[in-house]
Design a protein around this ligand. Structure first.
Ligand code: UDP
Ligand code: MG
Length: 363
């Protein structure tokens, strides 16, 4: 298989027998490769699967340059897998002509067009798309051609073979800046310090999931939705599909470093309490150090009669530790802020317009 041949699977003999039932050229080896650590120990789905009805969810924020071409290309790619598909375009508060383009597309393609009432962010847009998807499988894909449509048959084949979730893993982040790569690495190290739920590094929102997974995600009650974490949290049998993202076809990325930073903060506060624990450890260490230092000063004075000195030490100490305390309060505040947002129970998104031209509109 094209995408996996470059990477030697650990258990080549595990090629799935059921694959003989799937379209001929795709022979799939399970994700016994470098992502095996992140595969939840879940049983495969019951086979054979019901016929594929595919819902494709496309979040779009200022995508006037790409949306028309992309949705048409997606319709062709999906049509090659099954005649039964719908495309859900979620317009996430675009300020350009995305709305007009999407309305036009909804007239001649099996499109369900959801326009959110403002920009709620990609996580909310995906949540909206998932909540409205009616297929037996759901594909999440960006509108900017970065996620290769050529991988759809392979995702389909893995789904047919019993995987409930097939996710794309970016294998080449070479196109990104050094800072972004270091930041991403650090983020995954931090978020995966917990034992139970491991978020696979470099796995994005390019995913194919079974109805069961979509239902599980829809049932999660939280408003702060860090999707990459939630996909990992729900579990189910998952396969990683390595891919090299294409360049963005047109327009610009919506994710500045600042926005990525706040997404990372959302992820960390939603999926690990490590930052809270760190301060207990730091606090204990500092207290211990202070005790030892105090004892040493006392002994030094008693034994050698040294005069009490050290205003500079005192000043530096006070400044350092007030800084440490403020930092810890800040981190505590992040968590409290999340709790506050959750208890308000505001909806994750609001739909301002729903134009349903999906073949399943009455179901
Ligand atoms: N997107 C969205 N809401 C936002 C930001 C982005 O729906 O607030 C969509 C965007 O239209 C695209 C996908 O999310 O389809 C990925 O965004 P982008 O390409 O800007 O991010 P990058 O690929 O650079 O991480
Ligand atoms: Mg993109």
């Amino acid at each position: 298989m094209r995408c996996m041949t470059w990477m030697q699977p650990l258990h080549a003999e595990q090629t799935i027998d059921t694959m003989t039932e799937t379209p001929a050229p795709y022979r799939v080896t399970p994700n016994a490769d470098y992502h095996a650590d992140y595969a939840p120990a879940a049983p495969p789905a019951q086979l054979p699967r019901a016929p594929l009805r595919l819902s494709c969810v496309v979040p779009a924020h200022n995508e006037e340059a790409n949306l028309e071409d992309f949705v048409r290309a997606l319709a062709q790619a999906a049509g090659r897998l099954t005649p039964e598909f719908e495309i859900i375009i979620v317009n996430d508060g675009s300020r350009d002509a995305t709305h007009a383009v999407a309305l036009r597309l909804a007239q001649d393609l099996p499109v369900r067009y959801l326009a959110l009432s403002r920009n709620f962010g990609k996580e909310a847009a995906l949540t909206a798309g998932l909540a409205h998807a009616r297929g037996s499988a759901v594909l999440l894909i960006d509108a900017d051609f970065q996620h290769p449509l050529e991988l759809l048959p392979e995702m389909h084949a893995l789904w047919l073979a019993g995987y409930d979730m097939v996710y794309g893993v970016i294998v080449d982040r070479g196109f990104e800046s050094g800072t972004k790569r270091v930041g991403t690495g650090l983020f995954y190290r931090l978020i995966n310090t917990g034992k139970q739920v491991k978020v696979p590094p470099n796995a994005g929102d390019f995913r194919w999931m079974d109805r069961r997974v979509a239902d599980a995600l829809n049932a999660l009650p939280e408003r702060n939705r860090f999707m990459k974490g939630l996909y990992a949290w729900v579990g189910f049998k998952a396969a990683a599909l390595p891919f090299v993202p294409h360049d963005r076809a047109g327009g610009q990325t919506s994710f500045s470093m600042r926005r990525l930073g706040s997404l990372a903060l959302l992820g960390l506060t939603s999926f690990t309490t490590l930052p809270l624990r760190v301060w207990s450890v730091v606090g204990s260490l500092v207290a211990l150090l202070a005790l030892v230092y105090g004892a040493w000063i006392t002994l030094d004075t008693i034994l050698h009669g040294t005069d009490l000195q050290g205003w500079p030490t005192l000043a530096a100490g006070i400044m350092l530790f007030s800084g440490v305390q403020l930092m810890s309060i800040g981190i505590l505040g992040e968590y409290i802020g999340r709790i506050y947002e959750e208890v308000k129970r505001r909806p994750t998104y609001l739909v301002a317009r729903d134009e349903d031209n999906s073949p399943w509109r009455d179901s």
